[in-house]
Design a binder for this molecule. Structure first.
Ligand code: UDP
Ligand code: MN
Length: 296
């Protein structure tokens, strides 16, 4: 497994993976063809990762949006569970984006952890709420995050942490394998195949899930800016990518390969049922209530 890291000398996080001696696993793919690690349970020593990141002074911004009815439905459980499992031991700042700052639950945070609430407008279409996250994230990285945190992780709110989601997940550019597609042939991947969209792609490496992505603040800024630009160009051309921001994220990751890939342990859907390769679940999909949550 020592070779499963980027050869680039400037890629600090990949050199961390190399020096921490990631193990392989015989039953799953643990390395991409461009030599990024795919992180599964059993491959890493959590203590070594935590020590290394403490030594390096890593600090993490977690961004999450709770706009409209999503706030009451999910935010409290999301934040409470993040306190139990997300990057425990490292400095974490939650950036909560909402149209109702006064309704953000008052959660007791552990030492080294803080929260910033950012007011955003509520777009009337849920697709726009989802897509416009790219713009808000890139703005806040520029105005705030870049001065305080080394890394950024961006999350959907409709999920619950259930196990360690730790510093092994930190990287220069991090993408997540979608739980419903990781075992399927590429033929099934739902990329945007409309040549008029900026997200257009015929085939790619994996199908990434936009519910989680991350990286150094610099890389997440570049990613969110590029996706936002693609989304706005599509609007000018009167097209919308099949899966909105997720389609643009997949296109970006095709052109800019992630330095680390997270297995679906990091965002599992229990409705899939038992899978031998899923030995732990670190984050679970919460129930979707589209009928009530997505009506304006
Ligand atoms: N979101 C929100 N309010 C909305 C729609 C979306 O806050 O009205 C945010 C929320 O963080 C949500 C994310 O955008 O998790 C993506 O939307 P959703 O989870 O419904 O998409 P899906 O997981 O079904 O692709
Ligand atoms: Mn979601």
């Amino acid at each position: 497994m020592e070779k499963c890291h980027s050869e680039s000398e400037t890629n600090l996080d990949s050199s961390v993976d190399a020096s921490l001696n990631l193990q392989s696993r015989p039953d799953v793919q643990t390395c991409t063809y461009w030599k990024a690690a795919i992180i599964w349970e059993g491959m890493f020593d959590p203590r070594l990762y935590d020590e290394m990141h403490k030594m390096k002074g890593s600090s993490v911004a977690l961004t999450v949006f709770a706009v409209g009815r999503y706030l009451d439905a999910y935010l409290h459980t999301f934040l409470n569970s993040a306190e139990q499992h997300f990057m425990v031991g490292l400095p974490v700042t939650y950036y909560v984006f909402t149209d109702m700052p006064e309704k953000v639950p008052n959660i007791k945070l552990s030492p080294l952890r803080s929260m910033k609430v950012i007011k955003v407008e509520k777009n009337s279409r849920w697709q726009d709420v989802s897509m416009m996250r790219m713009k808000s994230i890139s703005d806040v990285i520029e105005s705030d995050i870049r001065h305080h945190c080394t890394h950024v992780f961006c999350f959907d709110v409709d999920q619950v942490f259930t196990g360690r989601f730790g510093s092994e997940a930190l990287g220069d550019s991090v993408a997540l394998l979608h739980a419903h597609y990781y075992h399927l042939p590429k033929y099934f991947y739902t990329y945007d195949r409309n040549p008029n969209s900026k997200a257009y792609m015929e085939t790619g490496d994996f199908y990434y899930h936009a519910a989680i992505f991350g990286g150094s603040w610099k890389n997440v800024k570049a990613l969110t800016e590029a996706c936002y630009q693609g989304i706005m160009e599509d609007k000018q051309n009167n097209v919308e990518a099949l899966w909105h921001d997720e389609s643009h994220l997949n296109k970006y990751m095709l052109l800019h390969k992630p330095s680390k890939v997270l297995s679906p342990e990091y965002c599992w859907d229990t409705s899939i049922g038992f899978r031998r390769d899923i030995q732990v679940t670190r984050l679970l999909w919460a129930p979707k209530y589209y009928d009530t949550l997505r009506t304006p």
